[in-house]
Structures are given as structure tokens and as C-alpha cells.
Design a binder for this molecule. Structure first.
Ligand code: CU
Length: 189
């Protein structure tokens, strides 16, 4: 009986471990299909007048002033633009089925774009294309300096339709470190 008890106890432990591993796998996977929204994020501080000359900040709960934003734009260790990590596309990798509508929602307070580009590159604001002093700035992505780029103001929304199978690169044409890769598969359902 005692051995049986130990065995049962061991089985229970193994079972718990399996359940735990499965749970972790689901959480850590995060690349499943089904999400159809990209949230544009920033955390600008609306009480900082520094944002006013370039459109202001429409995010009541924001906490990042312009000085902090600028202090995190550059890194002496990296020869490419880093940017403030609170300015990002959520998620920055997304799997979608062809033909599905992708909803874009700007939950930040600043104006952003969600622009498809053939290759990631710089944006249309030269100072934001700089990585560090002495290194040439990013070359703007041609799509970002062409006519027709859609600005999405803080709190604004947009949609992307007609995605075809393959990899689609989207970036912000103002803050070029904000990027999402949308991997589109055939919809066989
Ligand atoms: Cu942006």
C-alpha cells in the first residue's frame, strides 16, 4: 500500500508538471492565429508642454515627457535607432489569415502611422532617424516620404484590408522603431 501511495503521489506530481508545462507553452506561444488587431502604443505625458509644438498628447494617463523620450532615442552602443520602448506596435509580430481585416487602434496620445513598407527604414522626421552622433541617419523608407501616408492621431483608428499571403512589414513613418511583421497565410477554412 505504501508503495502504491508513493507511486500515486509521483503520478500526481508528474501530472501537475505536465499541466504546468502545457500552461506555460500556451502563454509563451503567443503566435497563434485569431488576433486581428494591432494596438499602437505610446505613453506621452499630457502635462508636458514640450509635446505641444508637434501635435500635443491625447493620453490622460501618460507618463513620459519629451525630455525622457529624447533621452531614450539614442544609444551609444547601437548603430541603429533604438527609440523609447513605450512607443511600439502591440504585437510586433502577428499571424493572420488572408483576406481578414486588421484593425489598428492608436491607444497612445501622439500621432502615428501604420504604413506598409517593402523594407523597414527611416521615417519622415529626420531627427528621429538618427541613431547616434557621427553615424549616418536611417534612410527613409520610400513609402514613408511618398504622398498618401495616413496619420492616425492619438485615440484614432484605422483598418488594413486585402492582405495577401506572405510577410507584410508595417512601420510608423514618424517613429521608425515602431514595427510589426504580419505573417499572412492562405485562409483554407
Ligand atoms: Cu509613431
Amino acid at each position: 500500500m505504501r508503495r502504491t501511495g508513493i507511486f500515486v503521489g509521483l503520478l500526481a506530481c508528474v501530472g501537475l508538471l505536465v499541466v504546468k508545462a502545457a500552461t506555460i507553452e500556451v502563454v509563451a506561444g503567443g503566435n497563434e492565429y485569431g488576433k486581428d488587431e494591432v494596438v499602437i502604443r505610446d505613453d506621452c505625458d499630457p502635462t508636458d508642454p514640450g509635446w505641444a509644438p508637434t501635435g500635443g498628447c491625447n493620453r490622460p494617463e501618460g507618463d513620459v515627457n519629451l525630455a525622457e523620450f529624447n533621452s531614450l532615442r539614442l544609444s551609444p552602443l547601437a548603430p541603429s535607432v533604438i527609440g523609447h520602448p513605450a512607443w511600439w506596435f502591440d504585437p510586433n509580430y502577428l499571424k493572420a489569415k488572408a483576406g481578414k481585416r486588421l484593425k489598428i487602434s492608436n491607444e497612445g496620445g501622439r500621432t502615428h502611422t501604420f504604413t506598409e513598407v517593402a523594407n523597414f527604414g527611416g521615417g519622415r522626421v529626420p531627427p528621429l532617424n538618427l541613431s547616434q552622433v557621427g553615424i549616418p541617419p536611417l534612410t527613409p523608407a520610400p513609402e514613408c516620404v511618398a504622398a498618401g501616408v495616413v496619420d492616425i492621431p492619438g485615440g484614432g483608428k484605422d483598418v488594413v484590408d486585402g492582405l495577401t499571403p506572405g510577410n507584410h512589414r508595417f512601420q510608423c513613418c514618424i517613429h521608425p522603431w515602431m514595427r510589426t511583421l504580419v505573417k499572412v497565410a492562405e485562409d483554407k477554412d
